[in-house]
Write a protein that binds this ligand. Sequence first.
Ligand code: NAD
Length: 249
Amino acid sequence: MGKLDGRVVVITGAARGQGEQEARLFAAEGARVVLGDVLDDLGEALAEELGEERARYVRLDVTREEDWTAAVAVAKERFGRIDGLVNNAGILRFNELVSTPLAEFQTITQVNQVGCFLGMRTVAPEIEAAGGGTIVNTASYTGLTGMAGVGAYAATKHAVLGLTRVAAIELAAKRIRVNAVCPGAIDTPMSNPEGVDPEATAELYRKMVPLGRIGKPEEVAALALFLTSEDSAYITGQPFVIDGGWLAG
Ligand code: NAD
């Protein structure tokens, strides 16, 4: 028996990083997963690996309303219904606030904040129609605290927590629970940008994080599984920090 037997879950940003691990774990726990991303080759390859009974890739740019509508149609056509959503897609750019170009601020807002809103708005009615379910939004450590150099990003992640709390209250009567994961530093392509030595990144987090290491995307996937499964049946509207103790300091 898997923890998600019979569930159909849409996961955005599923082609790599945390979204990929969520897709792998959810499928292993019995879910059928709809993988949305803009990295078509990686997304298609993952869906193929998981098998067509279990997974379907769909091009889903989370900033585009029409992509959401199409993704929902594909999910229903392929698997019959939707009862879970993981809003995981996100982008990060480093810039001090006063140096941040307006276009960069707007792009980050579109993907991280508007994408999360559009996802909930489009998919929640489908989850309600399926009799209820769950939404997991991906915020960040920087959704709860400030950090130099990530102003636009942190603003969107604070917004994701606001959206999560409001949606949890509004959707509770529709039997939809809404929670957020707030990762610290997790070892994905986002944390290892081109030109930065991965060993230097690892060393940085060995020093900064109380548990002495960067987190694994599989660990965030395990938290998302908890929030998507019945194990968290009485939890809604909450941010869950997964950061090796970083925020505790
Ligand atoms: P990643 O860059 O490896 O993966 C992000 C995925 O989102 C990619 O597959 C990318 O193609 C996809 N994506 C980007 N823009 C998109 C769009 N417009 N539409 C659809 N998909 C899009 O990064 P990750 O670390 O796996 O990040 C996953 C989530 O976790 C993000 O929301 C990120 O902000 C958050 N997060 C990451 C960390 C970290 O340290 N890695 C920490 C805190 C929060």
